[in-house]
Design a protein around this ligand. Structure first.
Ligand code: NAD
Length: 346
């Protein structure tokens, strides 16, 4: 297949690009190269004849039309988005524009292209979304595909809006779509403003390891390469019009997660004192969702997909990757906002 991937210079998009090329698909990577992008993430496929790159903004309809016409993709995987909750608290405008207006422009460009090509049955618009659209859980329960939407941050509200647009374009115009809502990803090439890389980098620098609130917020963690594999599975085997929740079956509180990372670092790069001594509690994120958890039955039963690594295995691989790829993360540390406390609501 020829797949148009948006956001392919970001964290998850680049994992999708690398996995798709490894599976023999042609990939056109469409990315605006915002602060969160890094073309080094796709350096391993840059010279592969199956790979092409287009710098474009998903809000730019003329650019989208040109790219669809030039590359004639069989299918679309839409990942481009503003993705950092803390940044959405400080500046929601970019999230509204890229995640909502940008998805609208993508849908319209995809629809015009699909209709112009006589509505090929195999075409899919795969919209990649988050479990955060479902809101916050108490101590029990899991999100299913039928859980009502209840987003609570500007980021999750903008993603929820984009999900609704995708559903509407399917119901109203018949555009073939699949959707997926996934839990927290981690792994290689994770931008150094998100919790796991922040903890690894600050630990190595001997700096305080910031835990929001009391550290009791629970997330389900999925290794990014498992997510990329799941996305290609949904794209190729998912049913037209259906959505799939994707999870790692690995729930951890933030404090447990950071403690595990410290223990791995103690083994792989022992310091003078245990890294956990650097843990510091900081003011909580406003509206911080208490718990997310995914019921993975649909994707497991209908598509036969399960995550391949446990969180302990994935975190060990991730820590080792950051130890081995210091040049990659050091180069990103001077990007605006990286290393600063964002999203306090002040
Ligand atoms: N990170 C997670 O844990 C997670 C979990 C579930 C779902 N998701 C979703 O997966 C997708 C990818 O997430 P990520 O963590 O890889 O994000 P990311 O921030 O690492 O990457 C986003 C990419 O999109 C590009 N982009 C942003 N605005 C653009 C625009 N207007 N036009 C074109 N390109 C633009 C950026 O340049 C960047 O390369 C997002 O849609 C996100 O909502 C993320």
């Amino acid at each position: 297949m020829k797949i148009l991937v948006t956001g392919g210079a970001g964290f998850i998009g680049s994992a999708v690009v690398r996995a798709a090329v490894a599976q023999g698909h042609s990939v056109v990577n469409l990315d605006a190269l915002t602060y969160a992008a890094c073309l080094d993430n796709v350096a391993s496929v840059a010279d592969n004849p199956l790979y092409a790159f287009e710098q474009a903004d998903i809000r730019d309809r003329a650019a989208l039309d040109r790219i669809f016409a030039a590359h004639k993709p069989d299918t679309v995987m839409h990942l481009a988005a503003e993705s950092h909750v803390d940044r959405s608290i400080d500046g929601p405008g970019d999230f509204i524009e890229t995640n909502i207006t940008g998805t609208y422009q993508m849908l319209e460009a995809a629809r015009a292209y699909w209709e112009g090509a006589d509505k090929p049955e195999a075409f899919r618009f795969h919209h990649i979304s988050t479990d955060e659209v479902f809101g916050s859980l108490g101590e029990t329960g899991q999100f299913t595909e039928e859980t009502p939407y209840d987003p609570r941050s500007p980021y999750s509200a903008s993603k929820a809006a984009s999900d609704h647009l995708v559903r509407a374009w399917h119901e109203t115009y018949g555009l073939p779509i699949v959707m997926s809502n996934c839990s927290n990803n981690y792994g290689p090439f994770h931008f150094p403003e998100k919790l796991i890389p922040v903890v690894i980098i600050k630990a190595l620098a001997g700096e305080p390891l910031p835990i929001y609130g009391d550290g009791s917020n629970v997330r389900d963690w999925l290794y990014v390469e498992d997510h990329a594999d799941a996305l290609l599975c949904v794209l190729t085997r998912g049913e037209n019009g259906r959505s799939y929740n994707i999870g790692g079956e690995n729930e951890r509180s933030n404090l447990e997660l950071v403690t595990t990372l410290c223990a791995i670092l103690d083994r792989l790069r022992p310091g003078a004192a245990p890294y956990a001594d650097q843990i510091t509690y900081v003011t909580d994120r406003p509206g911080h969702d208490a718990r997310y958890a995914i019921d993975p039955q649909r994707i497991a039963n209908e598509l036969g997909w399960r995550p391949s690594v446990t969180v302990e295995e994935g975190l060990e691989k991730t820590v080792q990757w950051y130890l081995d790829n210091e040049d990659w993360w050091r180069a990103l540390q001077n990007r605006a906002g990286v290393g600063e406390r964002l999203g306090t609501g002040k």
